[in-house]
Design a protein around this ligand. Structure first.
Ligand SMILES: [Zn+2]
Ligand SMILES: [Zn+2]
Length: 156
């Protein structure tokens, strides 16, 4: 299942698509996400286009997607499966939000320092799914760290 936001996809379309693909009813999703059924109804009818951070976290958890994906649909920033969650290993501070320029599909290098942007773990190469994490959930390697020679040739 492709759970990355599609270009032009709105919050309502995205939430409905992921919920359906998980075979959840609106009721199931609202319960899992800890939000009111009415609020979810408004989101899916396109009447709510912004979420507070608590609802966003709950919804992301219930839909099993990174909170950043919801961020992207809400802000209308296009994402594709290969261009998600890039960051500069030198400038990014774990736990903070990303510079939007890093997330642009054509950005390959940091606009601040010229370092190659990274979108996967330097050690095991698993894609980064949430920048709320400081360490790779697959191998425990810190996202900001580099493996000296290997990281240089790491394709984006
Ligand atoms: Zn940088
Ligand atoms: Zn890893």
């Amino acid at each position: 299942m492709d759970n990355t936001p599609q270009p032009q996809e709105t919050l309502s379309q995205y939430v409905k698509r992921i919920r359906t693909s998980l075979s959840l009813s609106q009721n199931d999703l609202a319960t899992k996400a800890g939000i009111h059924l009415q609020s979810l109804g408004k989101i899916e009818r396109g009447m709510t286009t912004k979420l507070n951070s608590k609802s966003q976290r709950g919804l992301a958890r219930a839909l099993q997607v990174p909170s950043e994906y919801l961020d992207a649909v809400i802000r209308g920033v296009p994402m594709s499966a290969t261009d998600v969650l890039k960051f500069c290993p030198d400038c990014w501070t774990p736990g903070t939000t990303l510079e939007e320029i890093w997330l642009l599909p054509r950005s390959q290098f940091c606009f601040l320092c010229g370092t190659a942007l990274r979108n996967s773990c330097a050690k095991c190469n698993e894609p980064i799914t949430s920048l709320k994490f400081r360490f790779c959930p697959y191998c425990g390697f810190p996202y900001k760290a580099s493996i000296s020679s290997e990281s240089q040739s790491q394709p984006l």
